[in-house]
Write a protein that binds this ligand. Structure first.
Ligand code: 5AD
Ligand code: SF4
Length: 353
């Protein structure tokens, strides 16, 4: 089998044996990548037309009790100006976002215990009652089953928790001992059981990552079948132990976006900010590779520079590219358009999911 045949098989059967995935990742050429993107766009078109869903991210706290070795917000980085937004400030972001047309709010933070179950529930409930037509996505890390359940009952519908890597030995290289893959995967199971639409995913080119690790990630996601998958290139942050590692490959990220689209035809697949930082208009390339979601930042301007997971040399630029109008213009140039809609995971007629 050659790579073209591998990609065709992926499109036709939504799967490929692990050893074939490994060969594809190790030997793809630019031509293969373009072919993969073409097939992925076809599949996207069937389910979503030329629509790109826009979600507003509110980064409401950059305090984090975790120490992920790759992340600029890790607890041991003492050179971060830490901030928290209160309910009122968060509601203000929603108000601006709503006026801009956003119908999904993504609440993202480090793991910050200041937001007790009570406080978090209040925030979710307030957003839900003020904007009952909007979806609420949480991206707030590993918590207990009962906390997740409370937020769900208060009106949260979706939860993003990237698995980061499905290989335990690799997970240990990216995280301190206290953070385990076992707990992370259990959290994803719990979220799913409660009824959230879940988002998993990994960085591409994270330190010590091998092709086998990536294949394990793809196999894991085949099993858990997330409704959303977030992937982006690893980008070093100068205040982390991984400062001297090189950034993940943009081309490989784009290939994997296409592969993921072929494996999960209806998945909500963001073209991530990391891709945009790695390459000007990287998100547009992502859409062209089969992604169908863009998540602009709608946090207050004053806190944006404090939410740095990775080094970002061109912040001003990224703020412009976050504007909905700018995005829509860029999308129109490639024949797509931004949609202001909740953009739920499409349910196939006759299916149980
Ligand atoms: N480079 C790229 N992505 C990163 N993330 C955290 N740090 C980095 C980095 N240095 C990603 C992780 C996390 C998500 C919120 O951001 O995958 O789950
Ligand atoms: Fe905290 Fe998330 Fe950064 Fe890990 S990746 S240190 S959990 S903000």
């Amino acid at each position: 089998m050659n790579n073209i045949e591998r990609l065709q098989q992926l499109k036709n059967t939504n799967t490929l044996p692990p050893q074939e995935l490994e060969i594809l990742i190790d030997t793809y050429t630019q031509k293969d990548r373009e072919y993969a993107a073409e097939l992925a766009r076809d599949v996207s078109f069937i389910h979503f037309g030329k629509s790109v869903y826009i979600r507003g991210i509110i980064e409401f706290s950059n305090y984090c009790r975790c120490n992920c070795l790759y992340c600029g917000l890790r607890k041991d980085n003492l050179n971060v100006h830490r901030y928290r937004l209160d309910v009122e400030e968060i509601m203000n972001c929603c108000k601006c976002g709503y006026a801009l047309g956003f119908r999904t709010f993504v609440l993202q933070s480090g793991e910050d215990k200041w937001y007790t179950d009570q406080r978090m529930t209040d925030i979710v409930r307030t957003i839900h009652s003020t904007y009952p037509d909007c979806a609420i996505t949480l991206s707030i890390g590993e918590l207990s089953y009962s906390s997740y359940k409370k937020f769900f009952d208060a009106g949260a519908n979706r939860f993003l928790l990237r698995h980061e890597t499905a290989t335990p030995s690799h997970y240990e290289k990216l995280h301190p001992m206290q953070q385990t893959l076992e707990n992370r995967l259990q959290c994803l199971e719990n979220l799913k059981e409660i009824g959230y639409q879940i988002g998993a995913g990994m960085m591409v080119g994270s330190p010590y990552q091998t092709t086998k690790h990536l294949v394990n990630d793809l196999i894991y996601m085949e099993k858990i079948k997330p409704q959303m998958i977030g992937i982006g290139p690893f980008l070093p942050h100068h205040e982390t132990p991984f400062r001297d590692f090189k950034a993940g490959s943009i081309e490989l990220t784009l290939l994997l976006l296409s592969v993921i689209r072929l494996m999960h035809p209806r998945v909500l697949l963001p073209a991530t900010t990391a891709l945009e930082i790695a390459k000007k208009c990287g998100r547009i390339d992502g859409i062209f590779a089969g992604a169908n979601v863009i998540m602009p930042n709608i946090s207050p301007q004053v806190v944006r520079r404090d939410y740095m997971l990775y080094d970002n040399k061109d912040l001003a630029d990224v703020e412009t590219v976050n504007s909905v109008k700018y995005l829509d213009e860029k999308l129109k140039k490639i024949g797509y358009h931004a949609v202001i809609d909740r953009g739920d995971y499409p349910i196939e007629e006759g299916s149980n999911d």
